[in-house]
Design a protein around this ligand. Structure first.
Ligand SMILES: Nc1ncnc2c1ncn2[C@@H]1O[C@H](COP(=O)(O)OP(=O)(O)OP(=O)(O)O)[C@@H](O)[C@H]1O
Length: 321
């Protein structure tokens, strides 16, 4: 599809494995397994899953911070590995990463101006006047007062610091932002402001987002499409409204029933969700089978592939809802 701006094909990351110096087998953690997702230009792809399901590992591979063990990432029609070989300029002007914890992701010894200048010098190669103009634009885009530019990160609230993180990510004029739990560290009252800002920026700069969160309500609010991850794999993918209204995978159903959303009572599955299989010894079949009310023998024998179950709606389940 020509307007696909980000896609992965069978993306996999295994940590550890192999043999130690003395020949003993080292355990391998299968953090991300065979993930194939895509996002069209100006779309927000939400990736939702509980802690440990592989969201951050996937995010870090998308931006080239972590090398995949297998599979491919394609960004704006080019292979990530090719962009990475060309250097920081090619990669940084295509995709950028926004971290969860705004304060710890900003260098405490640098002013906002210095933080924003780095990508303007190294990626865009702007001269002094060009940098000054672009910094003014960036501060305005994220609704920060121009005089804040000579302050240090600790002088800002969490919400303001995240705006600086977003401005830094936008500085190099990328096409894609990977937002890894960008509002999870913020007070609930500030979360909505930052989400609104992200929506405005997307429209203004024609951005494509990969938005990662464990919070279903946040993902539902911002995403066009949603991929649900469980134990390193995508188990369901659909347009956000379809997925939340009529999930096909029993795990997604359980997540929705357990989510503490206003008007949506807590289900009984909340404690069960915390129990994941041992990542060092993944089961041979569906990782969710042991807790799945619909599981049968076939689910324990082989991993169900992610398949189309309805128009524009896929699930990795032999017995979908
Ligand atoms: N560097 C590493 N070495 C070994 N195992 C790792 C490493 N990074 C992550 N893992 C393991 O990979 C799995 C996926 O972790 P990841 O951090 O991607 O999940 P996550 O969904 O982002 O969770 P969280 O929201 O808690 O960060 C986990 O079992 C984790 O322990």
């Amino acid at each position: 599809m020509s307007d696909t701006v980000l896609s992965t094909q069978g993306l996999t990351k295994t940590f550890g494995g192999g043999r130690s110096l003395f020949g003993a087998a080292r355990p391998a953690v299968h953090a991300v397994q065979d993930v194939t997702v895509s996002a069209r230009r100006t779309e927000t792809l939400g990736i939702v899953g509980e802690s440990g399901c592989g969201k951050s590992t996937l995010a870090r591979m998308l931006v080239g911070l972590l090398k995949p063990s297998g599979g491919d990432v394609s960004l704006a029609g080019r292979e990530l590995s090719v962009l990475a070989r060309e250097g920081a300029k090619a990669l940084g002007s295509t995709i950028q990463y926004v971290f969860q914890d705004p304060l710890s992701s900003l260098n405490p010894r640098k002013t906002v101006r210095q933080i924003l200048e780095a990508p303007l010098v190294h990626i865009l190669g702007l001269d002094r006047a060009g940098r000054a103009a672009r910094i003014e634009e960036l501060m305005d885009a994220v609704n920060l007062r121009p005089e804040f530019v000579d302050r240090y990160p600790h002088e800002f609230s969490g919400g303001q610091a995240q705006r600086i993180g977003i401005a830094r990510a936008l500085a190099a004029d990328p096409e894609i932002l990977v937002l890894d739990e960008p509002v999870s560290a913020l007070d609930v009252s500030v979360q909505a402001q930052v989400l609104n800002l992200l929506s405005d920026l997307k429209a203004k700069f024609d951005l494509t987002y990969v938005f990662i969160s464990h919070d279903l309500a946040v993902v539902e609010a911002i995403s066009d499409r949603v991929a649900v991850m469980y134990f390193g794999r995508v188990v369901e993918e659909a347009p956000a409204d379809t997925l939340f209204a009529a999930p096909k995978h029993p795990y997604t159903r359980l997540l929705l029933d357990s989510a503490p959303v206003v008007g949506r009572p807590l289900g009984t599955g909340a404690e069960e969700i915390a129990e994941l299989p041992d990542p060092l010894a993944p089961p041979p079949g569906c990782a969710f089978a042991e807790r799945c009310p619909r599981a049968r023998d076939d689910c324990r024998a082989a991993v169900p592939p992610l398949e189309t179950k309805a128009a524009d709606h896929s699930a990795a389940c032999f017995h979908p809802l």
